[in-house]
Design a protein around this ligand. Structure first.
Ligand code: SIN
Length: 296
């Protein structure tokens, strides 16, 4: 087994390794080390079953049962979500804004493993951004400003939920009340700081309004996704991609013919950091503002 870099900033292909339910401990140790180094790992040509996908993912930690997003859960395998455009309007397809998986929950996911079953003839790429680099390339003044700040993440800020009625949004907000996370997170394995705000789920900074927060948030989103800090993955059938949600963001591009099927399956590893709920008044205010935007 060896590793081949996928871009200058992040990502590596794992060459000479076959995913099985029982991997050799030495191989797993090598993969863990490479994961910490490259943040995104690609395994090509892995024609694996759901059970193998789940068993291999479990080698890296406990898996989520996807309670935050039950509508995507596989009916027979709660450890999997179905990532597909099937039966969905184009604008409602999940993941088409930059995000880090489940940042809107108290314990955001630490990693995700996505297996491509059906991909369109061309396009349907996924992009990844290096959030260590996003932080490292800020000025010292900006780093000092961000150090004490926390940001609010809420599921109903997501663009693919726009247009839903107030009742449905309220139910989603009840299932996933807004949470607050530090704007800069320290990665528990590498000890490196990474920027932790994303355009899909971060609505505003704690103690500020949405309007006040937007200029700085928009700057940080654009800064994080400069071309030099990004890897663009062109899927092949039976690719497995594993990414670290603590130090990357990703984006599902809609650069394909929506008449063609795109279907992938994802396991999501439980997170290792805890956010906090807002107090009742701040929860109500954050939910009301996000709902007003979503229903406008
Ligand atoms: C996801 O956000 O997990 C889905 C990414 C994709 O559809 O490419």
């Amino acid at each position: 087994m060896h590793f081949r870099k996928l871009s200058n900033s992040l990502g590596a292909e794992v060459v000479g390794f076959r995913i099985t339910a029982d991997c050799a401990p030495d191989d797993l140790a090598g993969i863990r080390q490479a994961f910490a180094q490259y943040q995104v790992l690609l395994f090509r040509d892995q024609d694996i079953s759901f059970d193998t996908h789940i068993a291999f993912s479990r080698k890296f930690g406990p898996l989520e049962q996807h309670d935050a997003i039950p509508e995507y859960r596989h009916p027979d395998h709660p450890e999997l979500i179905v990532v597909t455009n099937e039966g969905k309007e184009r604008s409602k397809v999940f993941g088409q804004q930059w995000h880090s998986d489940h940042s809107m929950t108290l314990r955001p996911s630490m990693a995700s493993l996505l297996h491509a079953h059906v991909i369109p003839e061309v396009g349907g790429d996924t992009m990844f951004a290096n959030m260590y680099e996003a932080y490292d390339t800020l000025s010292d003044g900006m780093k000092r400003l961000l150090a004490p700040m926390r940001a609010v993440h809420t599921v109903i800020a997501a663009k693919h939920l726009r247009g839903l009625d107030e009742k449905t949004l309220a139910a989603k907000a009840r299932n996933n009340p807004p949470v607050v996370h530090p704007v800069v997170r320290i990665h528990p394995v590498t000890g490196r700081p990474a920027l932790y705000v994303n355009e899909m789920l971060t609505s505003h900074f704690e103690g500020m309004t949405v309007a006040e927060s937007q200029p700085l948030l928009q700057y940080l989103f654009a800064h994080s996704t400069r071309s030099e800090s990004v890897y663009r993955h062109q899927w092949r059938k039976h690719d497995v991609l594993m990414w670290d949600n603590r130090c990357t963001m990703h984006l599902a591009l809609m650069d394909y013919d929506h008449q063609q099927l795109r279907r992938l399956f994802r396991t999501t590893l439980e997170g290792d950091c805890a956010g906090e709920y807002l107090d009742a008044a701040a929860t109500a205010a954050a939910t009301a503002t996000a709902t007003a935007t979503a229903t406008a």
